[in-house]
Design a protein around this ligand. Sequence first.
Ligand code: SF4
Length: 414
Amino acid sequence: MNEQKNDQGAEHVQRLTEYIKPYIEKKKQWQPDLSHLDLKATLLKNLGGTEKDWTSWQWQMAHRLTTIDLIADLFNLTEVEKQEIESVTLHHRMALSPFLAAHLASMESPLAKQFLPSVLELKHFCDGEPDPMNEGHMSPVPHITRRYPDRVILKVTNVCGSYCRFCQRRRDHGSTDHHIPKKELEPAFEYIAQHEEIRDVLITGGDPLTLTNEHLEFIFEKLRQISHVELIRIGTRMPVVIPQRVDSGLTELIKKYAPIYINLHVNHYMEISPEMKSACHELLMSGAVLGSQSVLLRGINDSDDVLRYLFQSLLAIGIRPYYLFHAKDISGTAHFRTSVAKGVQHIKSLRGFTSGLAIPSYVVNMPGGLGKVPLLPQTYLSSLEDDPILFQTWENKTVSYPNKTLSSEVITDD
Ligand code: SF4
């Protein structure tokens, strides 16, 4: 009997090992690509910067690449390719930090596809909506969006360290950078103060970490003065695109106004550079609570293994994957969208195959700003009222589960 049990145990372990082998092999090929070190030297030379400049987030911001010229030289683009990209930027501007440009690796890399303009944007210009979330109509006062009962979004800038081509707020990017002046934010703080039910404020933009520490402190201080605001959250991509942004001034602020919840936007493991890791470490050491949100993007991260590696890599550096968003129906971004069925399949591929902590909620945002709908793979095959209920396990085994509960008359105090 014991021998039989041992055999079964060995078979079980063998099966588990077989499941994970192909992924382990694939992961080995995804080791860090250091080719960006060459590009960094070329970029510094072309931008007239020094090694010290490279470490300054203000220098990175001031030297964002807003035309394709330098990228065209770095990656030997043809004149036609260059002109195509230029025609897209007439409709929607580009900006790429030198740090990010140095990490692009190639024109086909997951980073290039997310940040460099593509002619497909013009092809799909009339598909989708400029504001599918209807934020324009959910704003009781300027710079506030209110979609749920107890929380609001506070938009403090239209500026980002680099512009993602699929951004849900690309309509706000415009042609110039604009941080909302402190005075102009006052009605937003008054609104929050007058509504005691608002306990959670998500500071977003653009990217709020493009503001100076002094401007950020003004916002934190205002919010901490409102006693019913329990949660201050920041949505940012700066640790990915300009990790230099996490300076000692910022970490001091995070300590002073703790707890600050920071939700990073990360879509591919290639975004997790050594500098990004170190920035996140500083944020963690300052007491920030880190989570991530990702967007499911066709041809970039719509692969079971890429997502698994992304979420595991985030968790390994202290960032809890929070949301995987289905890409929204935004004008000019149809080429980034996958099917919802594929999104659910990706989540199914993670269940059981990695830690639950590494699995975010897959959500579809309803049009018109009607909120998020989380989607889970089907895990029960009969009615939950049945006895037994038929469940499906992560290995696709069907299991009959007794649905026994005591009726309330049977439960007594004695
Ligand atoms: S960083 Fe965020 S706000 Fe800025 S372009 Fe990317 S997705 Fe949009």
